[in-house]
Design a protein around this ligand. Sequence first.
Ligand code: NAD
Ligand code: MG
Length: 393
Amino acid sequence: MTKTAARSITILGATGSIGASALDVIARHRQRYRVFAVTAQSNVNDLADIAAKFDADVAVIGDPTLERSLRDALRARGAKTRAHAGRDALVAAAQAPECDTVLAAIVGSAGLEPTLAAAAAGKRLLLANKESIVCAGALLMAAVERGGGTLLPVDSEHNAIHQCLAGVSKSERDGARLILTASGGPFLKRDDLDGVTPDEACAHPKWVMGRKISVDSATLMNKGLEVIEASWLFGIPPDRIDIVIHPQSVIHSMVEFGDGSVLAQMGTPDMRTPLAYALAWPERIASGARRLDFANAGPLTFETPDRRQFRCLDYAYASLRRGGAASVVLNAANEIAVQAFLQERLRFTDIAPTIEQMLGSFDPPAPNDIDDVLMIDREARVRARELIVEKVP
Ligand code: NAD
Ligand code: MG
């Protein structure tokens, strides 16, 4: 045990895949971390279970109609947790003075407001919610700067790069090239993607994740979003961010320096490793992840992504280069298309064309503030939904 005072954490999206992995790490270090607040969108029972198990002070349910059910569920478990509901309560939990650390693990641009609030309040921000930095990279980085807190990436690639850049001077970093690894998803070796079902798309070969990010991994849009995320996090332009397919997911990403040295971060594919790193940085704590067994790891292979089959990569690079509102439009179109695919209203192969059409037809002025971003996000969602209805006879 260290002598540092216990950190007090708000977990936004506690019932999700990242939320569960974080709580697993926290449960291994109960003296070191206490849970202040936990949030979820609609899963009242899981949220109440978590709040009771971790003795949280506050639980917030995003859906405002479920406040009463949450209160009842907490009472039934004998928890002393206070129940709140709605967007304002999510933001309040993210900026509450009682917590010093916030894990942003809501899925989608729904996480934007609370994530920004945590940054502005100077929290140690553990960022999993990549959609918020894709939509509002400049605003989020400025909020972290102004708030005086620390931003630690949880996404495994960015966490790997953060580790590779430790102790590197600004000028060395400015000349570096980032190499993001991608597993390639479940369809790496499959030519015919007509008729792909949601369950097939979500059956990721290496990672167990929420359904939205699983579909993003299958289209490779996840890697596209990660290029945008990396550019904002590390201040590296798109032409110095490469993607390499590495199906074994042992190397989580790499940095190439001016002298030709390449640093890689490795480990078994388990999100508890980057979460433990972000929770304890600059220290290291046990994560529960299985150790890498080199002698039995098998060969590590690398290949170039097929950009003709996985069009989303080019759309992501293009919107990063275009700047302004383009990444907000890209992200909103993707969220709506993925949702329609998961609800079996859109074919897998129509996800990329929907995004392409949206980028070609909607080019709003650059956002100046969070209200602009939210407005563009809303408008892009409306337009993407219309486009999808037109496609489904
Ligand atoms: P998930 O679907 O398993 O969980 C999402 C969480 O967000 C749930 O707690 C849910 O209740 C909450 N939520 C959903 N919609 C909401 C809304 N409108 N308002 C408030 N809360 C809402 O997702 P996940 O796989 O845990 O991913 C979470 C985030 O982390 C995503 O942005 C994803 O891209 C990122 N991420 C995930 C992984 C992974 O391994 N799962 C890896 C890297 C990055
Ligand atoms: Mg990732």
